[in-house]
Design a protein around this ligand. Structure first.
Ligand code: ZN
Length: 179
């Protein structure tokens, strides 16, 4: 899937669930899509997992992580689920920095499906039309918004995402210069 398709898919999902403002109720969306969302005290550096269990599926997130990180993990696992990633009957575990499969193979974030899941999560939690509406008055003739640190901080708080994720997203959309 290319970036544009993922962007579209995320926007359709928000429309389907009648979401029109930030913060995106990501847990409620995942649950409405039929997934049970639970917090678990994982050992080690696990961010979360998509558990597929005889037709019923769920998302487990690491209870010790920051709320913003949990929200991103839920969105990431929801992406694997909705985009038909991996084998349907196989659990998928996401580590904080790498991904490991049940067969023991590990892969860096260069894995196509991991990149797709991260892109989908960013599109879902920070929809471009929401961001553009918020920045309407700040966007200059060059198409970029003039944002200071305080503004980024306030926006990250509103969307309940990390400042880093927000900066990355805004740069990807061409709304701020790349870092
Ligand atoms: Zn993943």
């Amino acid at each position: 899937m290319n970036r544009r398709d993922i962007e579209k898919r995320a926007a359709q999902l928000l429309q389907h669930h009648g979401v029109s403002q930030a913060p995106i109720p990501i847990k409620e969306i995942a649950e409405a899509e039929g997934l049970v969302v639970v917090e678990m005290s994982f050992n080690g550096d696990i961010s979360g997992a998509l558990i597929r269990n005889h037709g019923s599926s769920g998302i487990a997130v690491n209870a010790t992580q920051h709320t913003n990180r949990k929200r991103f993990t839920i969105a990431h696992e929801l992406a694997h689920y909705l985009l038909d990633h991996k084998d349907k009957d196989e659990d998928h575990i996401d580590w904080k920095f790498t991904v490991i499969r049940r067969d023991g193979k590990s892969s860096e974030a260069s894995d196509v499906q991991e990149i797709e899941a991260n892109t989908f999560a960013a599109c879902l939690l920070m929809p471009s039309h929401f961001l553009r509406a918020d920045l309407n008055n700040q966007i200059g003739f060059n198409g970029e918004a003039d944002l200071d640190d305080a503004h980024i901080k306030a926006m990250a708080k509103k969307y309940r995402v990390s400042e880093m994720a927000l900066r990355f997203r805004l740069a990807n959309l061409g709304l701020i210069p790349p870092a």
